[in-house]
Design a protein around this ligand. Structure first.
Ligand code: RIB
Ligand code: CA
Length: 318
Protein backbone atom coordinates (compact mmCIF):
# COMPACT_ATOMS: atom_id res chain seq x y z
CA UNK A 1 0.00 0.00 0.00
CA UNK A 2 1.27 3.48 -0.82
CA UNK A 3 2.52 5.52 2.12
CA UNK A 4 0.14 8.41 2.82
CA UNK A 5 1.75 11.83 3.16
CA UNK A 6 0.66 15.43 3.69
CA UNK A 7 3.16 17.91 2.27
CA UNK A 8 3.31 21.22 4.15
CA UNK A 9 5.00 23.61 1.77
CA UNK A 10 6.00 27.17 0.76
CA UNK A 11 6.42 26.70 -3.02
CA UNK A 12 9.24 27.65 -3.82
CA UNK A 13 11.31 26.24 -6.68
CA UNK A 14 12.73 23.26 -4.81
CA UNK A 15 9.31 22.71 -3.25
CA UNK A 16 7.90 22.40 -6.78
CA UNK A 17 10.52 19.76 -7.58
CA UNK A 18 9.67 17.83 -4.41
CA UNK A 19 5.91 17.98 -5.05
CA UNK A 20 6.31 16.70 -8.62
CA UNK A 21 8.76 14.03 -7.40
CA UNK A 22 6.23 12.81 -4.80
CA UNK A 23 3.31 12.85 -7.21
CA UNK A 24 5.29 10.82 -9.73
CA UNK A 25 6.11 8.15 -7.14
CA UNK A 26 3.55 5.31 -6.84
CA UNK A 27 4.98 4.38 -3.43
CA UNK A 28 3.50 7.63 -2.08
CA UNK A 29 -0.10 8.78 -1.80
CA UNK A 30 -0.20 12.60 -1.52
CA UNK A 31 -3.28 13.18 0.64
CA UNK A 32 -3.09 16.99 0.62
CA UNK A 33 -0.86 20.01 0.35
CA UNK A 34 -0.95 22.58 3.13
CA UNK A 35 0.67 25.95 2.67
CA UNK A 36 2.75 28.27 4.78
CA UNK A 37 4.70 31.53 4.38
CA UNK A 38 8.41 31.22 3.66
CA UNK A 39 9.75 31.53 0.15
CA UNK A 40 6.78 33.85 -0.53
CA UNK A 41 3.76 35.13 1.39
CA UNK A 42 1.21 32.43 2.21
CA UNK A 43 -1.40 33.60 -0.31
CA UNK A 44 1.19 33.36 -3.09
CA UNK A 45 2.29 29.92 -1.86
CA UNK A 46 -1.32 28.73 -1.94
CA UNK A 47 -1.76 29.93 -5.53
CA UNK A 48 1.47 28.17 -6.46
CA UNK A 49 0.42 24.92 -4.78
CA UNK A 50 -2.87 24.94 -6.71
CA UNK A 51 -1.09 25.73 -9.96
CA UNK A 52 1.50 23.00 -9.46
CA UNK A 53 -1.26 20.44 -8.94
CA UNK A 54 -2.98 21.62 -12.12
CA UNK A 55 0.27 21.27 -14.05
CA UNK A 56 0.67 17.77 -12.61
CA UNK A 57 -2.92 16.87 -13.50
CA UNK A 58 -3.73 16.23 -9.82
CA UNK A 59 -6.47 18.71 -8.96
CA UNK A 60 -8.01 15.92 -6.87
CA UNK A 61 -5.40 16.66 -4.17
CA UNK A 62 -6.81 19.30 -1.79
CA UNK A 63 -4.85 22.40 -0.86
CA UNK A 64 -5.44 23.99 2.55
CA UNK A 65 -4.02 27.38 3.36
CA UNK A 66 -2.04 27.73 6.57
CA UNK A 67 -0.33 30.30 8.75
CA UNK A 68 0.50 33.76 7.46
CA UNK A 69 3.06 34.51 10.18
CA UNK A 70 5.30 32.70 12.68
CA UNK A 71 4.18 31.84 16.21
CA UNK A 72 6.04 34.58 18.04
CA UNK A 73 7.55 37.09 15.63
CA UNK A 74 6.91 38.93 12.39
CA UNK A 75 7.56 37.10 9.10
CA UNK A 76 11.13 37.98 8.02
CA UNK A 77 9.88 38.36 4.43
CA UNK A 78 9.89 36.36 1.20
CA UNK A 79 13.09 34.83 -0.22
CA UNK A 80 12.47 36.52 -3.58
CA UNK A 81 16.21 36.67 -4.25
CA UNK A 82 16.23 32.83 -4.29
CA UNK A 83 12.79 31.95 -5.69
CA UNK A 84 11.59 35.11 -7.51
CA UNK A 85 8.80 37.46 -6.46
CA UNK A 86 6.17 34.88 -7.41
CA UNK A 87 8.05 32.03 -5.70
CA UNK A 88 8.33 30.31 -9.06
CA UNK A 89 11.41 31.94 -10.53
CA UNK A 90 9.36 34.83 -11.96
CA UNK A 91 8.17 32.50 -14.73
CA UNK A 92 4.80 33.70 -16.06
CA UNK A 93 2.12 31.64 -14.32
CA UNK A 94 -1.56 31.54 -15.23
CA UNK A 95 -3.74 31.91 -12.14
CA UNK A 96 -5.12 28.57 -10.95
CA UNK A 97 -8.68 27.68 -11.89
CA UNK A 98 -9.10 25.74 -8.63
CA UNK A 99 -9.33 27.06 -5.06
CA UNK A 100 -8.11 26.09 -1.64
CA UNK A 101 -10.54 24.11 0.51
CA UNK A 102 -12.50 25.90 3.24
CA UNK A 103 -10.59 24.18 6.05
CA UNK A 104 -7.31 25.69 7.12
CA UNK A 105 -4.06 23.72 7.18
CA UNK A 106 -4.26 22.91 10.89
CA UNK A 107 -7.84 21.65 10.63
CA UNK A 108 -7.04 19.52 7.58
CA UNK A 109 -3.96 17.98 9.18
CA UNK A 110 -5.80 17.12 12.38
CA UNK A 111 -8.84 15.73 10.56
CA UNK A 112 -6.87 13.50 8.19
CA UNK A 113 -4.45 12.21 10.81
CA UNK A 114 -7.09 11.47 13.43
CA UNK A 115 -9.26 9.69 10.85
CA UNK A 116 -6.43 7.30 9.96
CA UNK A 117 -4.40 6.59 13.10
CA UNK A 118 -0.79 5.65 12.39
CA UNK A 119 -1.09 6.05 8.63
CA UNK A 120 -0.04 9.58 7.75
CA UNK A 121 3.46 11.02 7.56
CA UNK A 122 3.81 14.80 7.57
CA UNK A 123 6.40 16.15 5.15
CA UNK A 124 7.11 19.79 6.02
CA UNK A 125 9.17 21.68 3.44
CA UNK A 126 8.88 25.17 4.92
CA UNK A 127 8.67 26.88 8.32
CA UNK A 128 7.07 24.59 10.90
CA UNK A 129 4.27 26.91 12.04
CA UNK A 130 1.32 24.82 10.81
CA UNK A 131 2.72 21.61 12.23
CA UNK A 132 3.44 23.19 15.62
CA UNK A 133 -0.05 24.68 15.73
CA UNK A 134 -1.59 21.31 14.89
CA UNK A 135 0.47 19.51 17.56
CA UNK A 136 -0.64 22.09 20.13
CA UNK A 137 -4.28 22.10 19.06
CA UNK A 138 -4.61 18.29 19.16
CA UNK A 139 -2.44 16.75 21.89
CA UNK A 140 -3.16 13.24 20.51
CA UNK A 141 -1.86 14.17 17.05
CA UNK A 142 1.74 13.00 17.54
CA UNK A 143 0.61 9.58 18.78
CA UNK A 144 -1.56 9.19 15.69
CA UNK A 145 1.09 10.14 13.14
CA UNK A 146 3.28 7.63 11.35
CA UNK A 147 5.96 10.30 11.66
CA UNK A 148 7.36 13.58 10.43
CA UNK A 149 10.06 13.79 7.74
CA UNK A 150 11.06 17.43 7.43
CA UNK A 151 13.47 19.58 5.47
CA UNK A 152 15.12 22.03 7.79
CA UNK A 153 17.88 22.73 10.24
CA UNK A 154 21.61 22.32 10.46
CA UNK A 155 22.95 20.17 13.30
CA UNK A 156 26.64 19.92 12.47
CA UNK A 157 27.23 22.62 9.85
CA UNK A 158 26.62 26.34 9.37
CA UNK A 159 23.34 27.89 8.27
CA UNK A 160 22.23 29.23 4.92
CA UNK A 161 19.87 32.05 5.95
CA UNK A 162 22.21 33.26 8.69
CA UNK A 163 25.65 31.99 9.66
CA UNK A 164 23.90 30.04 12.42
CA UNK A 165 20.58 28.96 10.98
CA UNK A 166 18.79 27.32 8.05
CA UNK A 167 15.97 29.25 6.32
CA UNK A 168 12.94 27.13 7.28
CA UNK A 169 13.91 27.03 10.96
CA UNK A 170 14.93 30.68 11.33
CA UNK A 171 11.56 31.65 9.86
CA UNK A 172 9.89 30.21 12.98
CA UNK A 173 12.30 28.90 15.61
CA UNK A 174 9.60 28.61 18.29
CA UNK A 175 7.52 26.35 16.04
CA UNK A 176 10.54 24.24 15.13
CA UNK A 177 11.34 23.68 18.81
CA UNK A 178 7.80 22.35 19.30
CA UNK A 179 8.08 19.98 16.32
CA UNK A 180 11.49 18.57 17.31
CA UNK A 181 9.90 17.73 20.65
CA UNK A 182 6.97 15.84 19.13
CA UNK A 183 6.34 12.37 20.53
CA UNK A 184 6.52 10.58 17.18
CA UNK A 185 9.36 9.54 14.89
CA UNK A 186 10.92 12.74 13.49
CA UNK A 187 13.48 12.69 10.66
CA UNK A 188 15.46 15.86 10.01
CA UNK A 189 16.73 16.30 6.45
CA UNK A 190 18.72 19.45 7.11
CA UNK A 191 21.69 21.12 5.49
CA UNK A 192 23.95 18.40 6.97
CA UNK A 193 22.67 16.17 4.19
CA UNK A 194 20.92 18.40 1.63
CA UNK A 195 24.10 20.36 0.90
CA UNK A 196 25.73 17.05 -0.01
CA UNK A 197 23.21 16.52 -2.82
CA UNK A 198 23.89 18.60 -5.90
CA UNK A 199 21.95 18.32 -9.13
CA UNK A 200 24.42 19.60 -11.70
CA UNK A 201 23.76 22.11 -14.46
CA UNK A 202 24.08 19.32 -17.03
CA UNK A 203 21.51 17.21 -15.18
CA UNK A 204 19.11 20.14 -14.89
CA UNK A 205 19.46 20.74 -18.63
CA UNK A 206 18.21 17.18 -19.19
CA UNK A 207 14.96 18.01 -17.35
CA UNK A 208 14.29 20.72 -19.96
CA UNK A 209 14.43 18.08 -22.70
CA UNK A 210 11.57 16.06 -21.18
CA UNK A 211 8.30 16.64 -22.99
CA UNK A 212 5.72 16.77 -20.20
CA UNK A 213 4.09 19.73 -18.39
CA UNK A 214 5.86 19.06 -15.08
CA UNK A 215 9.33 19.01 -16.63
CA UNK A 216 8.54 22.03 -18.78
CA UNK A 217 7.41 23.98 -15.71
CA UNK A 218 10.62 23.05 -13.89
CA UNK A 219 12.63 24.10 -16.94
CA UNK A 220 10.92 27.50 -16.77
CA UNK A 221 11.54 28.10 -13.06
CA UNK A 222 14.95 26.51 -12.50
CA UNK A 223 17.09 29.17 -14.24
CA UNK A 224 16.30 31.68 -11.46
CA UNK A 225 17.38 29.19 -8.76
CA UNK A 226 20.49 28.23 -10.73
CA UNK A 227 21.51 31.88 -11.03
CA UNK A 228 21.25 32.27 -7.26
CA UNK A 229 23.31 29.12 -6.68
CA UNK A 230 25.99 30.29 -9.10
CA UNK A 231 26.15 33.88 -7.80
CA UNK A 232 25.95 33.12 -4.07
CA UNK A 233 27.39 29.62 -3.77
CA UNK A 234 29.62 29.36 -6.84
CA UNK A 235 27.72 26.20 -7.76
CA UNK A 236 27.04 24.96 -11.30
CA UNK A 237 23.84 23.26 -10.21
CA UNK A 238 21.56 23.36 -7.18
CA UNK A 239 21.34 21.86 -3.73
CA UNK A 240 18.41 19.45 -3.76
CA UNK A 241 16.92 20.60 -0.46
CA UNK A 242 13.20 19.78 -0.28
CA UNK A 243 13.27 16.67 -2.49
CA UNK A 244 15.58 15.01 0.03
CA UNK A 245 12.53 14.23 2.18
CA UNK A 246 10.93 12.37 -0.71
CA UNK A 247 14.14 10.51 -1.55
CA UNK A 248 14.39 9.42 2.10
CA UNK A 249 10.79 8.15 2.11
CA UNK A 250 11.41 6.19 -1.08
CA UNK A 251 14.91 4.92 -0.40
CA UNK A 252 16.10 5.29 3.21
CA UNK A 253 18.88 2.81 2.45
CA UNK A 254 20.72 5.59 0.58
CA UNK A 255 21.09 7.60 3.80
CA UNK A 256 23.04 7.42 7.05
CA UNK A 257 21.95 9.16 10.22
CA UNK A 258 22.60 9.79 13.88
CA UNK A 259 20.00 10.02 16.59
CA UNK A 260 19.99 12.81 19.19
CA UNK A 261 17.45 15.09 20.83
CA UNK A 262 17.30 18.50 19.10
CA UNK A 263 16.57 21.92 20.58
CA UNK A 264 16.25 25.14 18.61
CA UNK A 265 17.81 28.43 19.68
CA UNK A 266 14.81 30.67 20.33
CA UNK A 267 16.82 33.49 21.82
CA UNK A 268 17.24 36.90 20.23
CA UNK A 269 20.99 36.69 19.65
CA UNK A 270 23.06 35.75 16.62
CA UNK A 271 22.33 32.05 17.10
CA UNK A 272 18.55 32.36 16.72
CA UNK A 273 17.21 29.44 14.69
CA UNK A 274 20.24 27.18 15.11
CA UNK A 275 19.27 23.52 15.65
CA UNK A 276 21.37 22.05 18.44
CA UNK A 277 21.70 18.28 18.68
CA UNK A 278 22.63 17.02 22.13
CA UNK A 279 25.56 14.70 21.47
CA UNK A 280 26.61 14.36 25.10
CA UNK A 281 24.98 14.27 28.52
CA UNK A 282 24.94 17.44 30.57
CA UNK A 283 27.73 17.08 33.11
CA UNK A 284 26.19 19.50 35.58
CA UNK A 285 23.27 21.87 35.88
CA UNK A 286 20.00 21.75 33.98
CA UNK A 287 19.85 19.84 30.72
CA UNK A 288 17.64 21.68 28.16
CA UNK A 289 17.44 18.43 26.17
CA UNK A 290 16.23 16.36 29.15
CA UNK A 291 13.06 14.44 28.35
CA UNK A 292 13.22 15.30 24.65
CA UNK A 293 12.79 12.41 22.18
CA UNK A 294 15.63 11.46 19.84
CA UNK A 295 15.44 12.87 16.31
CA UNK A 296 16.86 10.98 13.34
CA UNK A 297 19.32 13.47 11.82
CA UNK A 298 20.37 12.58 8.29
CA UNK A 299 24.11 13.08 7.91
CA UNK A 300 25.27 11.00 4.95
CA UNK A 301 23.88 10.10 1.54
CA UNK A 302 24.64 8.31 -1.69
CA UNK A 303 24.06 11.53 -3.59
CA UNK A 304 24.41 9.98 -7.06
CA UNK A 305 21.75 7.40 -6.24
CA UNK A 306 19.19 9.90 -4.98
CA UNK A 307 19.76 12.34 -7.84
CA UNK A 308 19.30 9.44 -10.29
CA UNK A 309 16.13 8.42 -8.45
CA UNK A 310 14.62 11.90 -8.65
CA UNK A 311 15.61 12.49 -12.27
CA UNK A 312 14.09 9.15 -13.21
CA UNK A 313 10.80 10.03 -11.55
CA UNK A 314 10.81 13.41 -13.32
CA UNK A 315 11.03 11.54 -16.61
CA UNK A 316 14.71 11.99 -17.45
CA UNK A 317 15.92 8.82 -19.20
CA UNK A 318 18.67 6.99 -17.21
O1 RIB B 1 17.03 25.97 3.34
C1 RIB B 1 16.32 25.37 2.29
C2 RIB B 1 14.84 25.59 2.46
O2 RIB B 1 14.59 26.98 2.35
C3 RIB B 1 14.00 24.93 1.39
O3 RIB B 1 12.81 24.45 1.96
C4 RIB B 1 13.73 26.04 0.41
O4 RIB B 1 12.52 25.85 -0.28
C5 RIB B 1 13.75 27.27 1.27
O5 RIB B 1 12.51 27.56 1.76
CA1 CA C 1 10.63 24.95 0.93
Amino acid sequence: MARRIIIDTDPGIDDAMAIFFAIASPELDVVALTTVFGNAHTTVCTQNALRLLEIAGRTDVPVAEGAHAPLAMRFRGPADFVHGTNGQGDAPLAPPSTSAVADGAVELIIREVMAAPGEITLVPLGPLTNVARALRAEPRLAANLAGIVLMGGNAFCGGNATPAAEANIVNDPEAADVVFGAACPVVMAGLDVTERIVMTGAQLDRIAAVDNPRAQHLAAILPYYRRFALDRQGLDGIFVHDSTTISYLLAPEHFTSVSHPVRVDTGSGVGRGKTWASTRRAEHGDDPWAGRPPVTILTGVDADAVVRLELGRLGVPG
